[in-house]
Ligand binder design. Structure first.
Ligand code: HEM
Length: 416
């Protein structure tokens, strides 16, 4: 008798599940998968999800995973921009990434941004206190960050434009994975801000300076591709926005930090009694681990691959489950407890904590803005802990089905 071929059920497409189930989708699927990977289809393409520190190294090896054509058009037209560093591979990626590494990994420059953030935050709190109105923390934090990052990046006044910039950058992040009106708003916001940033780049190119420490605006305007040519104006605008937009997006983590201080108020006391800033740093890391922001990252298999005995065909979409890894009980004791001390007690496992990707940021696609995120968040966690405010009744639930998510109220506080 001829043995019958085992029936392989066609994998169903999970795009709708991913969109509707949000942060729970991939970790749930990974838990119920019986092998080292979870297999599905996404946007009509076969997809394989992995996680864990070794998977991070596998995923960020550019011999394994490439980014060209990996990101869907709707994500590029809202979140990242066409031609962004996120879409490059190999030498072209490394040359563009060097621009970000020089600007964002300099300790002095990161400290300067924190000084600007603190100044703008204190002005905003004083003004809100004078006005006697409750503050929607998420909106205020986004405006504070917009004002500070404009100063830092060398974007000229008027300050009055910062509110529009904050609003547009929030819209770009809010609408990238959403259907309907949210998505439309994100597209319009991107078009508006690409035009505005393009205008700034054009103006800087008309009157260049040979400053030894150029601002971010000047550095992007003067950056050259591998062929020695300046970036075209649109690409330069996209990359300037790839500095400004995610800095404003730290408002998500600031709002989560306020949520944590409200739920677990003993951390406020610990922060007030900590002049070294060590607890603020631990809180910043734990906020990034605990709260949901980037759910996963993806790329395409560069060739036929094998991961832990599982065959992955060339062109398959590979997903790295960031949110799932940050809550993996094999890596984190009591992963669903907010416990900043885990970051001050034990040395950090390399590539364990991945809210902003993993691997070597200079060679791979790991976020180059982690130093800024951690430093700015530590600064504002400390400011929040020192601020006298009350939290009026409001809806503080954080819906996991929404990407990106927030406490529903945006976290309203009343200043004393
Ligand atoms: C708000 C908190 C932030 C989160 C949650 C975040 C998260 C991420 C993630 C998940 C990636 C993708 C990694 C990958 O593709 O493998 C990324 C890439 C990137 N991020 Fe961030 N990021 C944040 C803040 C920042 C900041 C403050 C900046 C700049 C000032 C920044 C600039 C970038 C850039 C330029 C890339 C592309 C890197 C590349 O493709 O090589 N991010 N970020």
């Amino acid at each position: 008798m001829i043995p019958s071929k085992p029936f392989a059920a066609p994998l169903h497409d999970s795009t709708l599940g991913a969109l509707t189930r949000g942060y729970a989708w991939l970790p749930d699927r990974m838990r119920s998968a019986d092998g080292a990977v979870y297999r599905t289809r996404l946007l009509g393409r076969p997809a394989v999800a992995v996680r864990g520190p070794e998977a991070v190294l596998f995923f960020y090896d550019e011999e394994h995973v490439v980014r060209k054509q990996a990101l869907p058009g709707p994500v590029l037209d809202t979140l990242f921009g066409r031609g962004a560093v996120h879409t490059l591979d190999g030498d072209a990626h490394r040359a563009r990434k060097a621009l970000f590494m020089t600007l964002l990994k300099d300790d002095e420059s990161v400290a300067h941004l924190c000084t600007l953030v603190r100044r703008r935050w204190r002005d905003a709190m004083e003004e809100a206190s004078r006005a006697g109105e409750p503050v929607v923390l998420f909106d205020t934090a986004a405006e504070v960050l917009a004002l500070a990052v404009r100063d830092w990046a060398g974007i000229p006044p008027p300050d009055a434009e910062a509110a529009g910039l904050a609003h547009d950058c929030v819209a770009m992040v809010d609408g990238f994975a959403a259907p309907g009106l949210r998505h439309l708003r994100a597209r319009r916001a991107r078009t508006r801000q690409e035009n505005a940033m393009g205008g700034l780049v054009g103006a800087v190119r008309e009157s260049p300076t040979d400053d030894d420490s150029p601002t971010a605006l000047e550095a992007v305007a003067q950056h050259r591709n591998l062929d020695g040519e300046l970036l075209d104006t649109h690409t330069a605008a996209v990359e300037l926005l790839n500095i400004v937009r995610p800095t404003i997006a730290i408002a998500w983590f600031v709002t989560f930090a306020a949520h944590a201080l409200h739920r677990w108020p003993h951390h406020r006391k610990l922060l007030r009694a900590d002049p070294t800033g060590k607890h603020a740093l631990a809180c910043a890391h734990e906020v990034r681990r605990f709260y949901p922001f980037a759910p996963f990252v993806g790329g395409l298999a560069a060739r036929d691959l094998t991961w832990r005995g599982e065959r992955i065909e060339k062109g398959t979409m590979l997903l790295l489950d960031l949110y799932g890894q940050n809550h993996d009980p094999d890596l984190w004791a009591h992963p669903y407890r907010f416990e900043p001390h885990r970051f001050s007690r034990a040395p950090r496992l390399p590539d364990g904590l991945v809210p902003q990707g993993g691997g070597d940021p200079a060679r791979g696609h790991r976020c180059p803005g982690e130093d800024i995120t951690v430093a700015v968040l530590s600064t504002l966690v400390t400011e929040l802990a020192e601020l006298e405010y009350s939290v009026p009744p409001q809806d503080l639930t954080i819906p996991l089905s929404r990407v990106p998510t927030l406490p529903r109220s945006g976290f309203v506080l009343s200043l004393a």
